[in-house]
Write a protein that binds this ligand. Structure first.
Ligand code: ZN
Ligand code: ZN
Length: 187
């Protein structure tokens, strides 16, 4: 698909991004989704497609696996960081959903990675309401509308990979509460 002329309006741009999910979630069955608050964006005006992720076995309940990073500067407060993997509650397979060192605007453009990732011990997200670790998971990507200009002509075949913000949202499978489980700035 050619950019620019084909994407005159914001609706055209959003439609392109909604029908071309980024490669970081290619291991899942994805479906377009929407929920209250999904219009939030980290940088100001932006294009914000939201996708629901399901395992390839068809199951939609999973455990969210990442790492806890403790910052001395933040008084020892724990922050949930990637790489983020989802473990299916149906077939037990584990699939990568986001890795700051492989995905997003800065990495795609060769600018390097400025987001902290974890290694070693795994951490699993729990619902702050009921403690369950089973979620229905959604990913929200933010894009700048600058992408649809000549400046990015050389990336025309993978504009969907140039997101500048990634949010992982989980709906608790037990009590139905919606949580922002992880946020990563990618530009
Ligand atoms: Zn599965
Ligand atoms: Zn819950």
């Amino acid at each position: 698909m050619e950019p620019n002329a084909s994407f005159n309006t914001r609706d055209d741009q959003l439609r392109f991004l909604q029908s071309n999910p980024p490669r970081c979630i290619q291991g899942f069955k994805v479906a377009l989704a929407d929920f209250p608050g999904s219009g939030f964006d980290g940088h100001g005006e932006g294009l914000n497609p939201v996708f629901e992720l399901r395992c390839n076995c068809g199951n939609s309940k999973c455990t969210v696996i990442g790492h806890d990073w403790r910052s001395e500067e933040k008084g020892g407060r724990s922050v949930f960081v990637g790489p983020i993997r989802l473990e299916c509650k149906g077939c037990s397979s584990t699939t990568l959903a986001f890795d700051a060192e492989k995905h997003g605007y800065d990495v795609e453009l060769g600018h390097g990675c400025y987001t902290i990732s974890g290694i070693g011990d795994e951490a699993r997200c729990g619902c702050s309401c009921c403690g369950s670790t089973e979620f229905h998971v959604f990913t929200r990507f933010e894009y700048s509308d600058d992408l649809f200009t000549d400046n990015f002509a050389e990336f025309a075949d993978r504009l969907q990979d140039l997101f500048d913000w990634f949010t992982l949202v989980g709906r608790c499978a037990s009590c139905n509460e919606l949580w922002d489980l992880a946020n990563f700035e990618c530009a």
